[in-house]
Design a protein around this ligand. Sequence first.
Ligand SMILES: Nc1ncnc2c1ncn2[C@@H]1O[C@H](COP(=O)(O)OP(=O)(O)OP(=O)(O)O)[C@@H](O)[C@H]1O
Ligand SMILES: Cc1ncc(CO)c(N)n1
Length: 273
Amino acid sequence: MRNYKIATLTIAGSDSSGGAGIQADLKTFSSIGTYGMSVITAITAQNTQGVFGVEELSQEIIKNQIEVVFDDIPPKAVKIGMVSSPEIILEIVKGLNKYNPEFVVVDPVMISKSGYSLLRPEAKENLIKYLIPKAYIVTPNIPEAEEIVEKEIKTLEDMKVAGNKILSMGPKYVLMKGGHLEGDAIDVLIGKDVFEIYKSERINRKNTHGTGCTLSSAITSYLALGNGIKESVRLSKEYITEAIKYSFDIGYGVGPVHHFYNFEKQEEAVCTH
Ligand SMILES: Nc1ncnc2c1ncn2[C@@H]1O[C@H](COP(=O)(O)OP(=O)(O)OP(=O)(O)O)[C@@H](O)[C@H]1O
Ligand SMILES: Cc1ncc(CO)c(N)n1
């Protein structure tokens, strides 16, 4: 059930072409039915063909955005995406410590689909040491997980081993995303007493710009709306699978996934005035 009085926040980078980053996150929040807000960490000049420039925002304005948002509309769940520098990571961790949101979803964004690095190499240490331990759930894809555990991942068994290693770094749950392997798209959820496999058929489409951002924002929304972790991931996997199925050609490169908007009657949305 949608509830526009439940706020969700994305702390991430802007994608000027609207397919990934902040823009994908806000589209997902709206489509699932939470009130979306944003703290922008960096601006990327990006389109379906690649990333052509990045400008990080200052620590001051990032801190300022976090404080004014939390002081006015405390989000129930927060998603963290592109956080490119060690200093930006520390600023965000300070904010999380100050406000203690119930759910923190960390998508450890490192490299864009087009191969552009969105995390400075020197930021990896802070990501692992300070941000991942704050996560309720962390959602690495295969290359990100390989970078975090410093080991190659080729099979489902490798995914389990790496997932457990990441779990030992402090988050409550790890969702290992298998989109980069061959065959079915298999994601694995690992927690202390949780082990779940989410499987969908691989959809043969080139337009997968923003899949990771969309999945982690969907999890953020479903958690905020009161679903448990397994149900949140199940619903999010369903969301991303449909979004990829109906992705479309726009631009000359890797197009975006499609966000569905179900404009139900006003009275069906929970939104008391
Ligand atoms: N071709 C596909 N068909 C079906 N599901 C897919 C496909 N590609 C990815 N997925 C699913 O999409 C979700 C995102 O996974 P993926 O591994 O693509 O994330 P990502 O690499 O972080 O994305 P991004 O490049 O946007 O950061 C996962 O649930 C994955 O299983
Ligand atoms: C700003 C931004 N965040 C995340 C991604 C995901 O790769 C991207 N392409 N751009």
